[in-house]
Ligand binder design. Structure first.
Ligand code: FAD
Ligand code: SIN
Length: 542
């Protein structure tokens, strides 16, 4: 089957759906998404969206906080755009039906409530209790349902971008001249591969947290968009900057569960097992220091003391108010026997957010023609070496909106014709009975990425990880070539490749900066390394 439309969007998180709603005014829109339409990192967002609303806040202050967190690597122009266009985009979200929490403070009733998070100089985060992402997905999914220009294909997993490399031999097409005509996607319910063709493709496939054993990300976050773009010849940047969230629940019976930074913004205090505070030894902002610093401080304390976790303490705060402000976190902890109003919450860091990704310009355009990208899959220049809390939902909204102008021009071109796109080739492949290999390999990669490519790195550990990941990647590739594709196999192949790319980027940067800390080069070197790490299939750009 081949489905043709003006706009093709891969992914149904905030980046994809906000783009779909705007694009639908200009043409036909197809959204494909690999599970049901709400399943995304967006759906799990807790803290909220950073935006300048507070009367004492200013664009300059939000820009400064973002640049400071980014440790010298943000693109100032991208940050200015993010901050200055942010409030209009948040208003658009409200117009689409998102209900943010209102203030209960006397004299401010009716105004939006604002929270504080690490690295922010002021209360700047607009939120919907501690379920901001769920509320955003609810409203966006409801809005697209009513829109007859938008077709959504759930359970359709993009496998490969369709570019010239599918109809010419790879070497004959220059990387500079690639064009994207859509994707091949697996209908995971029926098992067949369809062609989705479009005049422009928006890649909004989200993050890569699933490459790590402990992650706040849901199962969909397997780096598919980064790997598909890389294979097609796009420029990828800054994959060494994986953000570890400092506080996820530590519990033997629970999968990683985020304890929002807003809990620290609300007055939560980090303590060791003995009840001692420690963040004041690491940063003047203490528990509200930027994330890279808090995560590294916790990692250091755990290694120094041989403890399994530290504790986040809100027992000194009004219990009823804590429950009212964080009902989801309270209930989740309660379900595991922890009453956060009575006892400190055991927490550890976990992989959370990929700051690097597919390189775009300030209009969402990637280095492949007709391929745009937005959201966590990208490197727009906004986050630099470390993302400021709650800037990512904002980034997705702002850059999806900015991509619209160029995208509309492309779909309105009069003389565009699709080249002949071959069907997906399945000759010579067979159904395998070796599926146990897939779950084993996935777990092995996740474990070694956690052990060797975590918060603190070294050349020795990175090289060890690289050798092992490469071996697994080669085996997976051989298996992929002779096997009928499935959801799990496609994800495993992507996890193996994106892990290899993360390790190569980490080895390439010969300094420590923001989220990338290596004991072999512990200093920041502005003279040589205040620049992005840019990678294509042909290697690193100097
Ligand atoms: P996603 O929301 O992840 O959407 C990606 C979509 O692509 C999904 O629908 C997925 O199924 C689909 N997809 C992926 N691969 C394929 C494929 N091969 N084929 C088809 N479809 C595919 N940020 C903030 O700013 N504030 C917060 O408070 C906040 N809290 C967070 C809490 C948690 C627990 C997590 C995990 C993240 C949080 N973040 C927060 C980060 C933020 O949620 C994400 O960066 C943001 O939602 C990413 O949006 P997105 O649209 O780019 O990707
Ligand atoms: C959180 O609520 O702590 C997550 C915020 C973010 O990742 O931006």
């Amino acid at each position: 089957m081949a489905v043709e439309s003006d706009f093709l969007i891969i992914g149904s998180g905030i980046a994809g759906l906000s783009f779909a709603l705007n694009a639908s005014q200009y043409g036909s829109v197809t959204v494909i998404t690999k599970k049901e339409n709400t399943e995304s990192n967006t759906n799990y967002a807790q803290g909220g969206i950073a935006t300048v609303i507070h009367p004492q806040d200013s664009f300059e202050l939000h820009v400064e906080d973002t640049l400071k967190a980014g440790a010298g690597l943000c693109d100032r122009e991208a940050v200015e755009i993010l901050v200055r266009e942010g409030p209009d985009r948040v208003q658009e979200l409200i117009d689409w039906g998102v209900r943010f929490s209102k203030s209960k403070t006397k004299g401010k009733e009716g105004a939006y409530a604002l929270a504080r998070e690490g690295g922010h100089s002021i209360e700047r985060i607009i939120y919907a209790q501690d379920l901001t992402g769920r509320e955003i997905e609810r409203a966006l999914v409801a809005a697209i349902k009513d829109n007859e220009n938008i077709r959504v294909f759930e359970n359709h997993m993009a496998i490969d971008l369709i570019t010239e490399h599918h109809f010419f031999r790879m070497k004959e097409t220059n990387l500079e001249k690639r064009t994207c005509f859509g994707v091949y996607a697996l209908n995971t319910a029926r098992g067949n591969v369809d062609r989705f063709l479009a005049k422009m493709t928006m890649l909004s496939t989200g993050g890569t947290g699933q490459v790590y054993q402990h992650s706040t990300n849901p199962a969909i976050a397997t780096g598919d968009g980064i790997v598909m773009s890389y294979r097609a010849g796009a420029k990828i940047a800054n994959l060494e900057f994986m953000q570890f969230h400092p506080t996820t629940l530590y519990h033997p019976d629970g999968r990683s569960f985020l304890i929002s930074e807003a809990v620290r913004g609300y007055g939560g205090i980090l303590r060791t097992k003995d009840g001692e505070t420690f963040m004041e030894n690491y940063h003047p902002k203490g528990c509200l220091a930027p994330r890279d610093i808090v995560a590294r401080a916790i990692d250091h304390e755990l290694k120094r003391r041989g403890d399994h976790c530290v504790y986040l303490d809100v027992t000194h705060l009004d219990g009823a108010k804590v429950k009212g402000r964080f009902p989801n976190i309270y209930e989740h902890c309660r379900s595991l026997g922890i009453d956060m109003t009575q006892e400190p919450i055991p927490v550890v860091p976990a992989a959370h957010y990929m700051c690097g990704g597919v390189l775009t310009d300030l209009w969402g355009q990637t280095s492949i023609e007709r391929l745009f990208a937005s959201g966590e899959v990208t490197c727009t220049g906004v986050h630099g070496a470390n993302r400021l809390a709650s800037n990512s939902l904002l980034e997705a909204l702002v850059f999806s909106h900015r991509a619209l102008g160029k995208a509309v021009q492309l779909v309105q071109e009069k003389y565009f014709v699709f080249p002949t796109i071959p069907e997906w080739q399945e000759e010579g492949v067979f159904d395998s009975e070796e599926w146990v290999l897939i779950s084993h390999d996935r777990e092995e990669i996740q474990r070694l990425m956690w052990d060797y490519v975590g918060i603190v790195r070294s050349d020795h550990r990175l090289n060890r990880a690289l050798r092992r990941v490469r071996l697994i990647a080669e085996e997976v590739e051989a298996f992929y070539k002779k096997t009928k594709v499935t959801n799990d196999l496609i994800e495993l192949r992507n996890i193996a490749t994106v892990s290899e790319l993360i390790i190569r980027c980490a080895l390439y940067r010969r300094e420590s900066r923001g989220l990338h800390f290596t004991t072999d080069c512990p200093q920041t070197d502005d003279s040589q390394w205040r620049r992005n790490t840019i990678l294509t299939t042909e290697g690193f750009s100097q």
